[in-house]
Design a protein around this ligand. Structure first.
Ligand code: FAD
Length: 280
């Protein structure tokens, strides 16, 4: 694997998140198949010989996919320089969006990406129309965070955009892990089956109950939920403003250890291509 390890081996023991860097490649892949997981989420399985050497050891890794803009037959692409992707200095820019490698099978040469179809943007539009044989351009991941398993409990909070990473984490947690997941979706029809350690508690929160106050149902659910006892690692990925509020509820109201709370904005209302981190 084309990986340079900036830390010691991936033991995931102890409480320190280890970081790995990977040499960036820009791969031309193609759509193998698609399936609707729910009315609001489509899984696109990509394949191609350029997948060889792909690696994604961290549950919340991301790749950058490049999409064609309105009126473009093919995407504008960055080039690859010695330090990674190089974007044009002037003129039209590549339309890149961050997405989670949901599953990678090196033997079958398959990479699954689960895309939310909730809004009017290039990634969402591409996913809604993707057909077998369509080309797809994928760069990265350029790095991974290897979050230890060695906590008394794991709290995972996400909306549809964070759900692929959340689902990966639940699958990767060792048997016997105590895990709680709080997931924000529009309604019951947007829930998906999740492989998880026995005893993990999954709470689906339905956004249509927000009654105009975005995130109100998630905030109320987090205030009410019984948190795992002992040292708990909390991971949040959803709309940026809500991620910040949920982090504040956890740390300021629920007494969570701020060192073990990681809050990410995976998108922001009215903005494009956002990746916010609210860690301290
Ligand atoms: C590290 C990381 C990993 C991610 N992984 C995934 C993933 O696996 N699957 C996935 O679907 N998304 C994922 N996302 C989020 C994804 O990158 C954004 O949702 C992306 O901006 C959508 O691109 P778009 O081109 O469709 O819309 P954009 O052009 O980016 O946005 C168009 C409009 O839609 C709004 N918008 C964007 N996302 C949403 C949303 N979810 N709900 C409502 N409105 C929205 C924007 O505010 C904007 O007004 C991830 C983001 C990050 C940072």
């Amino acid at each position: 694997m084309n990986t340079s390890d900036s830390s010691s081996a991936d033991t995931r023991i102890g409480r320190t998140t280890r970081r790995q860097r990977h040499a960036v490649r820009l791969r031309r892949l193609e759509v193998l198949r698609t399936v609707y997981l729910t009315p609001s989420m489509r899984r696109v399985t990509l394949t191609g010989s350029e997948l060889d050497g792909f690696t994604s050891p961290g549950f919340d890794d991301h790749v950058k996919m490049f999409f064609a803009g309105p009126g473009q037959a093919t995407p504008i692409l960055p080039t690859l320089g010695p330090d990674g992707l190089v974007f044009p200095r002037t003129g039209p820019q590549p339309l890149g969006r961050d997405l989670t490698p949901r599953r990678y099978d090196p033997i079958a040469r398959e990479l699954d990406i689960d895309l939310a179809l909730l809004h009017d943007g290039p990634a969402s539009r591409w996913a809604a129309g993707a057909r077998p044989g369509d080309p797809a351009w994928v760069a990265g991941p350029r790095g991974s965070a290897l979050v230890p398993f060695d906590f008394d409990g794991h709290l995972l909070i996400a909306d549809e955009t964070g759900l692929p990473a959340l689902a990966r984490r639940l699958e990767e947690l060792p048997a016997g892990s105590r895990a709680i997941a709080l997931i924000d979706v529009d309604g019951e029809e947007d829930e998906i089956p999740l492989v998880r350690p026995a005893g993990a508690v999954i709470s689906w929160v339905h956004r249509h109950r927000d009654a105009g106050d975005h995130g109100a149902a998630m905030i109320a659910a987090l205030r009410a939920i019984a948190l795992p006892e002992g040292d708990c690692y909390a991971w949040i990925a959803c709309e940026s403003g809500l991620a910040k509020r949920l982090r504040s509820v956890l740390v300021d109201e629920r007494g969570a250890n701020r060192a073990w709370v990681r809050a990410h904005g995976y998108w922001r209302r009215g903005a494009v291509a956002v990746h916010d981190d609210f860690d301290e």
